[in-house]
Write a protein that binds this ligand. Sequence first.
Ligand code: FAD
Length: 561
Amino acid sequence: MSAVPPPEANPDVLIVGAGPVGLTAAAELTRHGARVRIVDKRTGPVTYSQAAAVHVRMQEILGAMGIVDGWLAAGHRFERLSVRAFGKKLGVMHPGGVDSPYPGPLVIGQNVTERLLVEHLARLGVQVEREVEAVAYTQYADNVRVTLRSSTEGGRKEAVRAPWVLACEGSSSPGREAAGIPFDGARYTGQEFVQADVRVHWTFPNGDAYSFINKERTLLLLPFNALGRYRVLCARTEQSNAQHGPPTLEEMQTITREMTGDPGLRLSDPLWLNRFRTQHRLARRFREGRIFLAGDAGHVHVPIGGQGMNYGIQDAFNLAWKLAAVVRGDARPEPLLDSYNTERHRVDADLLNSTDEGFRAMVNPGAWKSLAMRLVGPMALGSETIQERVKNLLSGTKIHYHGSPLAEDHGGSAGPAAGERAPDAPVVDLAARETVRLFNLLYPTGRWTLLLFGGLEPTESACWKLAGTGASVLTDFGRLVNAHFVLTDLELAASIEGGSVLLDREHTAHDKYGVKTACIYLVRPDGYVGFRGGPDHGGELLAYLYRIGLLKTADAHVPPR
Ligand SMILES: Cc1cc2nc3c(=O)[nH]c(=O)nc-3n(C[C@H](O)[C@H](O)[C@H](O)COP(=O)(O)OP(=O)(O)OC[C@H]3O[C@@H](n4cnc5c(N)ncnc54)[C@H](O)[C@@H]3O)c2cc1C
C-alpha cells in the first residue's frame, strides 16, 4: 500500500467540498503549481449516479487534464434522442457530430466521475481529507481562517489559515453564507421529479435516449449502456402530499408504461430510486475578497439538459489557472481574479434562465405550447439550424467570455473572436516531424499559447512582423507563453530558424481559425482566445499582457516552496 501524503501544511488554497467541482479545482490548481488542501465532510465519493451526462466541453476539460480516457472507457456515447409528444413521434435529435475530439455527450454515473477524479488527485500527490467539516470562516486582509472539525478524531478542531478559499460545498454552502453573498432565487413548488436507475425490458431499441412528453409529465430515458440500463427520470406536477420517500419500482414502472405506451414494459435491478424537488438559485457574485464560489455553491437549477456538474467543472477550470498564476507569483491578482466572476457569472446565469424556461414548458406546457409542439415539433426537429442550436447549447463549446477584461479583439480573421473557445486542428510539428493536435499544444503545458498564423499566401513583411511579435512576447513573458508559427507552405516553414513551426498544409487550422491573411491568436491556458489581431497589432499584444497583470519574466516573484 502506498503511503498517504500528509496534508499541505501551508496551503495556498483551501478547497472545501470534494464533489466533482472541488476535486477538479484541486487537481487543476495542483497541475498549475499551487499547494492545496481539500476537505469533505462525507466519508467518500457519492455512491449513486446523480450527474450522469458528461457533455463535450467537460470531456475537453478532462482531456486537458490528461484523464479523459477513464470516462471514454466507462461511459456510453448515445447518438440519438428520440422525442415523442402526446403519443406522436416528433423526431430525433442528434447530439453528436460536434467539432471536437469528443463529438457528443457521454453517460456515466457521478460515482464513477468522482472516483476517477479522486484517483487522479491522489496521483498528483493530494489526498482528500474525509470526514472533515468546515464549520467557521473568517476573512482577514491577507488570509481566511477556516475552522475544520474532524468527525473521526472525536470532533477535534483545527484552525487553518489560507490566502484563498474555494467554497465548493454544494448548494447549502457555508462558505457562501460566511462571505455574506445572497443566494437569489426560489424553490419550485407544485412539481417534483421521480427517478430510477434500472434495467428496462421493452420493445424500443436499447442504447438510444428517449423523451416522452404529455400535458402533465415529461419522461426522459438516458442510456448508461446499450444493454438496457437506463436513468428513467420523470418531471411531473406534484402528487399527493403523502408521498415523500423514494418512489417504488412499481410506481416507476407504471409511469414508464403509461408514458411510453408499451404495456409489456418491465423495470428491474434498481440501483437508485429517488424523489426530489428542485430550485433555481444564483449567488449574487462568485467572489467576496478571498473566498470564491464554484459549482452548486454558486448556482443550482433544474437538472434538465444535465448541466450542473458540467458548468461547475467549467467554473473550476476557469478559476484554477488564474489563481495558480497569482499564488506562483506570475501575475498580479487583478484583473485576473475578478475576471472569474465576470466570465462565469453571466454564463451560469444564462444557464439558469434557459433551464427555468425549459422546465416550466416541460411540466406545464399550456394549451398553445402543446398545440405548437404537435404541429411545429416535427418540422423543428427536422431543421438543421435547430439541431445545430440545441447541439451547441448542450455541448458547451459555444460558451464565450465576450466583454471580459481578459478578451481583447482587433479582428483579423473570420474565426473565433477574443473570448471564444479556440478550436482544435491537426498540424505537423516540424521539429518533431509528427502530426499533433492543437489541443495537445494548448492545454498540457498550463501556459498561454501564441499562434502566429502566416495566412494562405504569406508575405515576407507579414512574416517578419509576426516573428518580431513572437520574439518580444517571449523576451518579456517566456516563462508563461509558448509560441508557434502556423504556416501552410513547407518551404517557408523550413526556412524559419528558431522557434516552433507547425505546418498546416491542408489549411485545416487556418480554416478553423478563419485565417486568410497573417493573424495573431493568443490562447489562454484554459483554451479561450485572449487576444486576436493582425500582424500590425504586436504592440497591442504586449500592452495586453501587461494590462492583464502578467509579470514580466524578470519581475516574476516565485514564492519559496
Ligand atoms: C437527480 C440529479 C441529476 C443530475 N444530473 C446531472 C447531469 O446529468 N449532469 C450534470 O452536469 N449535473 C447534473 N446534476 C447536478 C449535479 O449533481 C451537481 O451540479 C453537482 O453535483 C455539483 O457539484 P459540486 O461539486 O458543486 O457540489 P456537490 O456535488 O454537492 O458536492 C459538495 C461537496 O461538499 C461537501 N461539503 C458540504 N459542506 C461541507 C462542509 N461544510 N465541509 C466539508 N465538506 C462539505 C459535501 O459533502 C459534498 O461532497 C444532477 C443533479 C441531480 C439532483
